[in-house]
Design a protein. Structure first.
Ligand SMILES: *Cc1c(COP(=O)(O)O)cnc(C)c1O
Length: 410
């Protein structure tokens, strides 16, 4: 008899976006003629940069010829891409990484979900709240999160609330935690940490022997100078942090699938007897066993992001989305709403008026303004009373959505 991993049974049954889809379907059945503007789901809409398309075509042709065909590549990724990453994403910021510290992945979700395999199941963990659901769910699956309590919290997870009161800057924990996930710029709040604020986390991690998993999927959207692009800009971070990046939001790779994970050679964790083990070695071993690399064609596409044309094209797409973010921020503020984010991230975190719940405001906005958002409470208990809107739409829909919301709230 095969016994199941019963931790999976603890996972909350239905997923946020399927609940939203059900509510949208109900609306559509009762209002077949009304058109909806969707500012809910966090997927990009701009097509791939032409530089990436050209690189993929060329790579496809190479695959079609005996002389240039490529089979299995290195599990860690091809050197051409790793070198482009080191040279463009880190060296200009004074961060020196070696090729062996970068692992090309098939998008950040897999590695953010899998990285916990390197640690015993009984480590304590912490997350900022609200946050990208993968961190908690992947820890529920291995039993690390404990059990779900009545108030929506997991028993072995320390929640670090990010609220209006603390300016969405989580407080440093008053006790030690083994593993903490940070995501900046943040999904869903769209807020960031300054260098000084991130330094407090690195110092905490060094003092408490904590492993930080730093998800920088939205790094390319940073506009302000004082916001760190990489956690390794903070001194000491190579001793305490893994950083995960993605080309999904940066360059429209949500359907292509590529990103990378940085595991510095200096980074260690302990055995029960107190010996230190390099996590880079463990992750490499894990990848060699369970992963056979991102496709060659995809890695050539990612490499093209770093060419002069690629950089320009990526910037144009990000500027396009950030123009939406500005339209949304201004439009919602004019409608008398309180909004956060949208400056260094493609997300607007809207506070519902009069303390209305996330789901109630979601339904009102759906039925009365025909605009779809994402209920903030779906990202964690501290998201209650907020709605996430994304800047990934097109300009005219985004502007029209703001008109609808303004007329509705008048
Ligand atoms: C979109 C997203 C990712 C990664 O997505 P992939 O497409 O798997 O690279 C990772 N973290 C956060 C916070 C995200 O919003």
């Amino acid at each position: 008899m095969a016994l199941v991993n019963e931790h999976f049974l603890k996972l909350p049954g239905s997923y946020l976006f399927s609940d939203i889809a059900k509510k949208i379907n109900t609306f559509k059945i009762t209002h077949p003629k009304q058109d909806l503007i969707r500012l809910g789901i966090g997927d990009v809409t701009r097509p791939l940069p032409p530089a990436c398309i050209a690189a993929m075509h060329k790579a496809v042709d190479e695959m079609g010829s005996e002389k240039t065909f490529r089979g299995y590549g290195p599990e860690q990724g091809y050197d051409f891409l790793i070198e482009a990453i080191i040279k463009n994403d880190f060296a200009p910021r004074g961060v020196h990484l070696s090729a062996g510290e970068i692992f090309i992945n098939d998008g950040a979700k897999s590695d953010t979900g899998n990285i916990g395999e390197l640690l015993r199941w009984d480590n304590s963990m912490g997350i900022t709240d609200p946050v990208y659901p993968v961190y908690v769910d992947s820890n529920i699956m291995c039993g690390r999160a404990g059990t779900l309590e009545d108030d929506g919290h997991w028993s072995n997870v320390t929640y670090l609330p990010c609220t209006e009161e603390n300016g969405f800057v989580p407080e440093i924990p008053d006790r030690r935690i083994d593993l903490i996930y940070l995501c900046y710029p943040n999904n869903p709040t769209g807020t960031t940490l300054t260098k000084a604020e991130l330094k407090k986390w690195v110092d905490y991690a060094l003092d408490n022997d904590t492993l930080l998993v730093f998800d920088a999927a939205y790094e390319a959207f940073i506009r302000e100078d004082d916001v760190p692009h990489s956690i390794y800009e903070i001194k000491g971070a190579k001793k305490c942090a893994i950083e995960i990046r993605s080309f999904s939001k940066t360059a429209g790779f949500t359907g292509v699938r590529c990103g990378y994970t940085v595991v510095p050679k200096e980074l260690t964790a302990a055995t029960l007897t107190g010996d230190r083990v390099a996590l880079n070695k463990l992750w490499n071993r894990r990848q060699c066993t369970k992963f056979n690399g991102t496709s060659y064609i995809t890695q050539r596409a990612a490499e093209a992001i770093y060419t002069p044309e690629g950089k320009q094209q990526v910037k144009a797409n990000i500027d396009y989305y950030m123009e939406n973010a500005r339209t949304m921020k201004e439009g919602l503020e004019k409608a008398g709403l309180k909004v956060y984010g949208g400056v260094n991230a493609p997300y607007i975190w809207l506070k519902t008026p009069d303390g209305i719940s996330s789901w109630r405001f979601f339904e009102q906005m759906l039925y009365e303004a025909n605009v779809v958002g994402t209920p903030g409470v779906g990202f964690g208990p501290s998201g209650e009373g907020y709605i996430r809107l994304t800047a990934f739409g097109n300009h005219s829909d985004t502007a029209e959505a703001m008109r609808r919301i303004r007329n509705w709230l008048k």
